[in-house]
Design a protein. Structure first.
Length: 311
């Protein structure tokens, strides 16, 4: 049986496909996403409390390099094989080079449910992938067209996006205060983590179904890319995690992140920097195809691939 939180996602998908009036109110969804990202940041910060040292530097640099390399590798494939223009190729490359907080949360829940050890710094992967991927993709677009806005604006959009602020802020607060000083807020954030994730995934299921009804068959090349790319990118994440000698839970989460596509931070940043990009295409691929693939099938498969390669 899949983890119970995955069933809430499936419930949302089925409700959406059945044209149910089920809908999480926008204000409630915004609150859920804020709580979820803060919780992810706090969990990482609390685990990092008293654990930071220079031996983390190779790991941090490797994850940043992944965030740079993935959009660089995907951009020419999107241009030549998926036949997208410069703006949409850069946009999709940014979304897939970046990472999904929802996928991270599901992978974290899967790792914890399977008693896989997780390094304290694993939450940092989310931010370390997010920023360079967005900036690199925008730079690719600027180089190809001479457009895209100033570098100052690009960095400001990337650094001040809601996801980055909440995740980074949560990590810093958790790291500074530690488990003992945070015990008063722990029941809300840490104790309710799976409940928050379940409700978040319920809404994500409804949203995903909307992007697949009617099925966008005219974009079959992009949909094929969104189905194939996660498995190839997950292999990169698994290989990097094993090379860094990370614990199994961290390898799995890194694989899930490299296989994922952002649908929160990247759309906002790209929409502001690349006006010509069709953000709807990116959302169809990231949220309509890749997110369900990872949540329903990908993460267990990446786990098995990780165990096979490790042995």
């Amino acid at each position: 049986m899949p983890d119970i939180v995955v069933m809430f996602f499936l419930l949302g998908v089925l409700a959406g496909l059945a044209k149910s009036d089920l809908k999480v109110p926008k204000a409630a969804y915004d609150t859920l996403s804020i709580l979820l990202m803060l919780t992810l940041g706090l969990k990482g910060g609390l685990a990092l409390h008293g654990q930071v040292s220079w031996h983390l530097l190779p790991e941090v640099i490797t994850v940043i390099l992944l965030g740079i390399a993935i959009p660089l590798a995907l951009y020419p494939l999107l241009r030549k094989l998926v036949l997208l223009n410069e703006a949409n190729s850069a946009s999709i490359a940014a979304h897939y080079g970046s990472a999904s907080a929802g996928t991270f949360a599901v992978a974290l829940a899967f790792a914890e449910a399977n008693n896989l050890s997780i390094a304290p710094q694993t939450t940092l992967y989310l931010v370390l992938l997010e920023l360079p991927a967005i900036v690199v993709a925008i730079l690719l677009y600027k180089k190809a067209t001479g457009n895209g806005g100033s570098m100052k604006g690009i960095w400001h959009e990337a650094l001040t996006s809601r996801g980055v602020v909440l995740l980074t802020g949560g990590v810093i607060i958790g790291y500074l205060y530690g488990p003992e000083a945070s015990k008063d807020i722990a029941p809300l954030f840490l104790g309710a983590f799976k409940a928050l994730l379940a409700l978040f995934l319920l809404e994500m299921g409804v949203c995903a179904s909307q992007h697949l009804r009617p099925f966008p068959s005219q974009h079959w090349r992009l949909i094929s890319f969104a189905l194939i790319a996660p498995f190839a990118l997950a292999l990169v994440g698994v290989a990097a995690g094993i090379a860094l000698d990370l614990p199994q839970g961290s390898v799995l989460i890194l694989a899930a992140l490299t296989a994922s596509a952002s649908y929160i931070a990247a759309p906002a940043a790209i929409q502001a920097a690349i006006k010509e990009a069709d953000i709807g295409l990116a959302i169809v691929a990231a949220l309509g195809v890749t997110f369900p693939l990872n949540v329903l099938l990908g993460i267990p498969v990446y786990h098995q691939v990780m165990l096979w390669l490790a042995n």
